[in-house]
Design a protein around this ligand. Structure first.
Ligand SMILES: *Cc1c(COP(=O)(O)O)cnc(C)c1O
Length: 380
């Protein structure tokens, strides 16, 4: 963990707002994932934080990648651009899944030469893939319960269990091969039952496909959703892994390859934001701090990710419940209406927020003229 002393030192050197990425923590999250789920290959979901230095560290650690757009694909591709063409194609074929069920025609055209692995969940997409990327391998994304996830995804994507095998057979009729199934139980899933239900549903579809004469599926992609330990209510990852391993063992023979697309789990705990108090006021009897980072910037996850971050002070002192605002003129720019902070903080004092590595800077803007936080990578 990056100590408060180091955070202050970095802020003194680089100014604020600052976003500090701890690459040791990244590597340790990746290692923990692999240790607890030894049968599962981890495809880091680049959308959680597409910073090339993060992608590089996970690449060096041995990760594979889940991309959902051509720019995300290029971030990963850049790491291997110097390899000879044949090796590059092989690596991409082996290590990248294009996991956006809805793809742009031109993107498919560009990717076709790599024989990409792509997900789909509807008929229109079969037609599109056949036309623009006939060399693809297909993975059918199925809809699974997202109960209790912080970010729900099942209303946008996933074939219903009743139509799954029909779609697989239809793709086959069009000359394409469906190599397996995928699902996503919802981001930050703390209800581990979602994984159990999804695995059982997938196993039923594998069986139905076989019964109807289709036996070309050899992979199962269990998606993302692995929760970051934002607070003590999140049960340990080892507990989730134990349940997943037990279901995999019971439902899927060893020749079925298992992959996953963890995003948040890899990066959330590796990111820390440091911001500066730029104003202080009392409104309706409540102390308000204004800081130089907000929901248009590093704290964008408050809006888009439904995530609440906590702020901590480097200084100690008697506390009260405060409001913390971002720097823009928009009243939406609220970081917290109820943060316990010392009430004697002054303009120029710094605050920090841990566990903000996922879905944070990802949607940052320069709204109102305030630039995004400077990013510092720490490799100890
Ligand atoms: C967003 C996304 C992920 C990553 O989800 P996390 O909850 O961050 O692990 C994985 N796969 C797909 C298809 C996604 O859309």
């Amino acid at each position: 963990m990056i100590t408060p002393d180091l955070l202050q030192e970095l802020a003194a050197t680089h100014g604020t707002p600052l976003f500090v990425m701890d690459h040791d923590e990244l590597r340790s999250n990746y290692a923990m994932f692999r240790r607890h789920l030894p049968r599962v290959q981890a495809y880091y979901a680049v959308k959680a934080n597409p910073d090339p230095a993060i992608v590089k560290s996970l690449f060096d650690a041995g990760a594979s990648f889940d991309v959902a757009s051509l720019p995300e694909f290029m971030v990963v591709h850049d790491l291997i651009r110097d390899l000879p063409e044949v090796e590059r194609q092989e690596w991409i074929w082996d290590k990248i899944i294009y996991a956006n069920p809805i793809k742009i025609d031109e993107t498919l055209q560009t990717l076709d030469r790599y024989k990409p692995l792509v997900t789909f969940d509807n008929r229109e997409e079969i037609t599109k893939i056949r036309q623009f990327a006939p060399n693809s391998g297909l993975v059918l994304r199925i809809r699974v319960p997202n109960t209790g996830a912080m970010v729900e995804l099942s209303s946008k994507f996933g074939a219903g269990p009743g139509e799954a095998v029909d779609l697989i057979l239809e793709a086959e009729k069009e000359g394409l091969t469906v190599e397996g199934l995928s699902f996503h139980v919802g981001s930050q899933t703390t209800n581990f039952e979602n994984f159990v239900q999804a695995l059982n549903l997938a196993a039923l579809i594998f069986r139905e496909a076989k019964e109807r004469g289709y036996d070309k599926m050899f992979l199962l992609d269990i998606g993302g959703g692995f929760p970051a330990p934002y607070d003590a209510s999140v049960k340990p990852f080892s507990e989730l892994a134990k349940r997943i391993n037990a279901e995999l063992e019971r439902l899927f023979p060893p020749e079925i390859e298992i992959l996953a697309e963890p995003g948040r789990f890899m990066v959330a705990t590796a990111g820390t934001a440091v911001s500066k108090i730029i104003g202080k006021a009392v409104r309706d009897g409540k102390l308000c701090y204004y800081i130089d980072d907000g929901v248009y910037h590093t704290f964008s996850g408050i809006i888009f990710d439904h995530c609440q971050y906590h702020l901590e002070s480097f200084k100690e002192g008697p506390t009260q419940i405060c409001t913390v605002f971002g720097p823009t003129c928009d009243a939406l720019d609220v970081i917290s209406m109820a943060e316990e902070l010392p009430y004697n903080l002054e303009r120029g004092d710094l605050l920090y927020s841990r566990n903000i590595g996922a879905y944070s800077g990802a949607s940052s803007t320069s709204f109102n003229g305030f630039p995004p936080a400077k990013i510092i990578h720490v490799n100890r």
